[in-house]
Ligand binder design. Structure first.
Ligand code: TPP
Length: 371
């Protein structure tokens, strides 16, 4: 097992001192530790492809090797800049990718990780990126870092280290905050929107929605849970809204929305008359261990308005939320809800039925709303 402190020391010894990426729970401890270090250069990226861009800029300016951390789910976002920017047939940019391995064959994981879990090593082979699977023994790990760095610098190309689950020592548990939380919010909104279709984002939002439907003794057919493809919820919502009459509610996260922010002007441009975007703004990637997003410095209201949303509201308290007439906003509308991070300890995961079965139920549910 590795501790975050040991790991950072090894990296610094090898003069790897610049960090960027998108968090994952497999690297949670390391990332929480990294965020706490005031003297470490760290840029929190909105998506993994952008992290490759940031890392490239660092290398251009310093000649040194940056580190990019990501979950393998985000590898798809990196393929374009890795192959057309950092590849040795183009600009040849040395960088070390720390990739956490969800869906590793032979392990138990969620269905959305199975395909990428299987092809992660093959993707590196296809992209001709040398990789190793990280060793939990610190001395071995140090050798791996040294060798990968030497290769990356000598051949002027990216290299990768893949982290299996459970390689890090036990994490410190998340801080408790008091204030409006996601689950209470979702409950109030579900009460208000009745029988409308919902598209909900990746991570704990979909898991809480799933639990709430059970608690309310409702089925799950009204919800399309975006369990993978982080950042796609609002775009899926747009595709649905263009094809049905009923209002579509999108439950989004700040991390998810930031990942594909281009969704906003697209939605604003096409301006569906039945679209409500609910942003659950807890300012962190709570699902992967509360690593901060850049939401803190965002003017979300201005951004939604500038993108063409007709009605934009911010809600910060339970009372304000209770008073919100979400059914009568001018569409496309946005409700930005300021939340504190926090969810139940033993949050379940949608199970019993496969994603395909749930998709079929959702499709039969929205069929009656077809335009
Ligand atoms: C492309 C991609 N990158 C990273 C992840 C890992 N991941 C799952 S949920 C999540 C955080 C989502 O943050 P946010 O939308 O703010 O919701 P919160 O977790 O705070 O509820 C991340 C980073 C992923 N699933 N897919």
């Amino acid at each position: 097992m590795l501790t975050a402190r040991e790991l950072l020391e090894v990296l610094q010894k090898n003069d790897i001192r610049f960090f960027t990426g998108v968090p994952d729970s497999g690297l949670k401890d390391f990332l929480v530790y990294l965020n706490d270090q005031k003297n470490v250069a760290h840029v929190r990226a909105a998506n993994e492809g952008q992290a490759i861009g940031i890392a490239t800029g660092y290398h251009l300016a310093t000649g040194k090797m940056p580190l990019v951390y990501l979950q393998n789910a985000g590898l798809g976002n990196t393929v374009n800049p890795l192959t057309s920017l950092a590849d040795k047939t183009v600009y040849g940019i040395p960088m070390l990718l720390f990739v956490s391995w969800r869906g590793e064959p032979g392990t138990t994981d969620e269905p959305q990780h199975a395909r990428m879990g299987e092809i992660t090593p093959k993707l590196f082979e296809l992209m001709d990126i040398p990789y190793e699977v990280a060793n939990g023994d610190i001395a071995e790990f140090e050798t791996q870092i040294r060798d990968l760095k030497t290769k990356s610098m000598a051949e002027q190309q990216p290299v990768a280290l893949i982290f299996q689950r459970g390689l890090f020592a036990e994490e410190k548990s998340a801080e408790e905050f008091s204030g409006l939380k996601r689950q209470d919010t979702l409950e109030i909104i579900l009460e208000k929107i009745g029988n409308a279709p919902v598209v909900s984002t990746t991570g704990k939002t979909s898991r809480e929605l799933f639990e709430l439907r059970d608690a309310r003794q409702e089925g799950h057919e009204k919800d399309f849970l975006v369990i993978g493809s982080m950042g796609a919820a609002s775009l899926i919502g747009l595709g649905i809204a263009r094809s049905v009459q009923e209002t579509v509610y999108v439950f989004d996260g700040d991390g998810s929305l930031l990942m594909h922010l281009g969704a906003l002007p697209t939605i604003g441009h096409y301006a569906p008359k039945n679209f409500c975007h609910i942003l659950l703004d807890n300012r962190v990637h709570e699902s992967t261990g509360n690593q901060p997003t850049v939401s803190e410095t965002m003017d979300w209201e201005a951004l939604f308005r500038a993108s063409g949303y007709e009605d934009v509201k911010r809600v910060s308290t339970k009372e304000e939320l209770a008073a919100l007439d979400v059914k009568h906003l001018k569409s496309p509308s946005a409700v930005i809800i300021s939340l504190v991070p926090g969810s139940q300890k033993n949050l379940s995961r949608p199970s019993a039925k496969s994603p395909v079965e749930r998709k079929k139920e959702f499709m039969s549910f929205i069929e009656k709303f077809r335009a």
